[in-house]
Design a protein around this ligand. Sequence first.
Ligand code: GSH
Length: 474
Amino acid sequence: ANGIPEDVLMDNDLIKDLVDVAKDSALLNGVLMRTKETPNSSEVVTYAPFTLFPSPVPKDTFHQALAVQTHYNRLVDKISQDSSFLEEALATTIKVDDFTGRLFNIYRHVLQEGKIQSIVLGLNRSDYMLDQNGDGSASLKQIEINTIAASFGGLASHTPNVHRHILKVAGRLEDSKRILDNNPSAGLAKGLAKAWELYGSERAVVLYLVEELQRNIFDHRYVENELWKRNIPVIRRQFEDVAKTGFLDQDKRLFVDGREVAIVYFRNGYMPQNYTEQNWEARLMMERSMAVKCPDISTHLAGTKKVQQELARPGVLERFFPGEPDVVDQIRATFAGLYTLDMGPEGDKTVAMALAKPDQFVLKPQREGGGNNLYGAEICQVLEGVKQSTERMAYILMDKVQPRPVHNYLLRLGTPLKLSTCLSELGVFGAYVRHGQDMVLNECAGHLLRTKSDEHSDGGVAAGVAVLDNPLLV
Ligand code: GSH
């Protein structure tokens, strides 16, 4: 309710005009992406995909999501420091999931050798959907928390002006005033800057570890430019560059291309396809180094689906927040039902439950980047194949969150215009810096609303499924 009225959405002449206005506004406001055809050149670029109109989000759930973020920051940070928890939580997963297993090997290596950097920098994004209740209200339910390469904070800092402008041209000035300011670029940069200052070397650089195809470079550049404004030097390199030119000096300072690295900011390295043997070596070298890693290997592991599921067990949050029942309650209120697929009676129960009502669940492997989850008939197919074997332990099962669909137009280069039935996902950015035992920064760094057609069950903007959006608080 209280979104954009249907008669506006159905006014074809108005919509056609607005679409032209909208695309130009996106370009003028720097909501940009490189193209599929020329992903490594800025000669010809396009608008990043976005919705024609902002989407309604209930005010109270929006504020609930912002308010819980600093608690999530602390939670992720606490998990990252708790080796016995990580060992236990991931014990079964690493037996059957090679990728998590390899990450875990690096983790063990670093633990054994001893961490030498006491500065920790976390930049994450906790993603939610609003589950429809019977009475028409909605509950905030966490989909996942991204502790590595949490993206689109840069572009999200520039979409509010686009929607404001579109709404004004559509004759909806009052709605336009309700679009919130948002500046994750500044919030994420603040975290990077703080960690860089603590590292304490003016010449040392922030290294963006990037992939080969760099369509989303403008999103990176917004945060990067905030750093340059503060005279913090930034370089962009790939795993291959680190492998070829990188080394540690006798104090384990990391050098790449002759530059000392203060921070490695991973915008790559979250998928198995990102790694050759040489890249694994490079990741290990970076993790062993004195450079601040964003995220470090333990924080990366804290973001796995298996950890998410273990946190939902009774008593686990209490273990991380002794004497803070309010914090526990706030975090737990955002949990959807999460179920183990480990071998044994509990996991057997999960299998039976999923097979009986596959449409009510999502089957999640330990993967990032979008498009990996399984729904409906796929759940049955996969589970029938693995249910008797330990392979099932590579997955977790989660309640499927069922948000209320809303009509909107999704604007994406090369996609014909049509009215879509859409679902939205609200992300909240967190930034924190810990120095030894002291949290020296712990902030909510802004939000990201993404919207996709209900024809797709899974996938974000980078995966070509969702588009950028803004909340219209209702
Ligand atoms: N490598 C790209 C970048 O760093 O800009 C994409 C990274 C990526 O896909 N990040 C995921 C994400 O935030 C988390 S691992 N996706 C949001 C989306 O694609 O909508």
